[in-house]
Ligand binder design. Sequence first.
Ligand SMILES: [Fe+2]
Length: 492
Amino acid sequence: MATDLGMGQPLETALSSCVVSMRLGEALGLEAGTLRIAYYYALLRYVGCNGHTYAMAALFGDELALRRDFAVVDPGQIPEVLELAARYVREANAGESPDRMAAIVASALSELPGFMHESFAGHCEVAQRLAGRMGLDDSLIVCLGQIYERWDGHGLPRGLKGEEVAPAVLLVALAQDAVIWNRIGGAEAAAATIHKRSGGAYHPRMAERFCQEAASILVDLDREPTWDSVLAMEPGGHRPLTDDEFDRSCEAMADFADIKSPYTLGHSPGVSALAVAAGRRFGLLEADATMLRRTGLLHDIGRVGISAGIWGKQGALSEREWEQIRLHPYYTDRVLTRPEPLRRLGNVASLHHDATAGQSLSATARVLAAADAYHAMTEPRPHRPALSPEQAAEELRREARVGRLDGDAVSAVLAEAGHRVPRLRRERPARLTEREIEVLRLLARGLSNRDMAERLYLAPDTVKHHIQHVYDKIGLSTRAGATLFAMEHALL
Ligand SMILES: [Fe+2]
């Protein structure tokens, strides 16, 4: 989902291309091992796509729009590629005199082959590194080194030819173009394009088979819930992640997001570490610390849906550009809608710039927002130098005073960052812990144990345990408490 954003494609493009790859692969009778590689490769093909985007935006302006347009061009058709590049260079330099414009365009086009080589090699390298960190198989990593290779040998970066290119790479290249052209003009347009490029970008046998069965291979592509179809199709069955592997994948995803701009390198792991430490100081339990570690790593994944040109712009941003930047937590939320464990992280992660984060029901969201704010302020940005720790602390306290951040969360973050803060824990009534107060709030709103567990990201048994503690501490019998809260809820 995040690579779709980074490639300027509608969400679920990669999922759809996985479905088409599997349907075509089966029609071709590819063996199970190849299908499994193609399955993962279709989903992760562009995992290195954020590398080099900064340079791309500097040359062409909006690299996401360029990528969207580039996706429908056959890179083997040099005149089409040059025309597209020239159009973007002209737009990026609008307002220059005709003479100067001609010189800029000429120079950009002469640099283009070298630039493409470097960018494409860079994407492959980043993709391979991230896939390695996610613990994926070597055979998949080989494919990620061939993203831009073609059947006819005119691909990049190595110019592999024919059977030298992995079958999964050829299959998915075709499938993805089929998805894009199907969206433009239905199965007929997809078949026409694939036919035209057969023997160029694609394996002729794969192209022929696709054209024979295009209608059934593309059927219902935009109607079915793609996520479910993709899950149901995994060749060889699911391979669930262990907790450690999940953490490592989150770390890889953090780097995937942070390399979108040279200013944000290391941002997400930094926020994650600070949030975890502050969360412990805040009195959160181990389950929350895990939650904070992962949301810290994933909170900015939506950044990739906004042009690197905007993230790297020196000087004031226009209103339109601000509008784009404001979308990034929303994109984070959309990317992390499924599966369930990621949705829970997304719910918290997407609040990290929210003006209501200061009063959010969830302590993890409050701590994450404060940690992100502090960490970001102490990093340089193109339009401002890094704030000193003192300035950042002052700024954070101001945010707490106006209610945009939670005062206790700010104190925990500042203490963790080495600032002197007044004694953190204010006395809670009946010595209730932070967590127990959250439980009490939800009890008073009449939530069932199950709903509470969902809201607080806890196991139902843990919730029951907390409720028992709350009742004990405030001196109510379980029965009296339940009746009281049920009455209160009914009256409210
Ligand atoms: Fe952010």
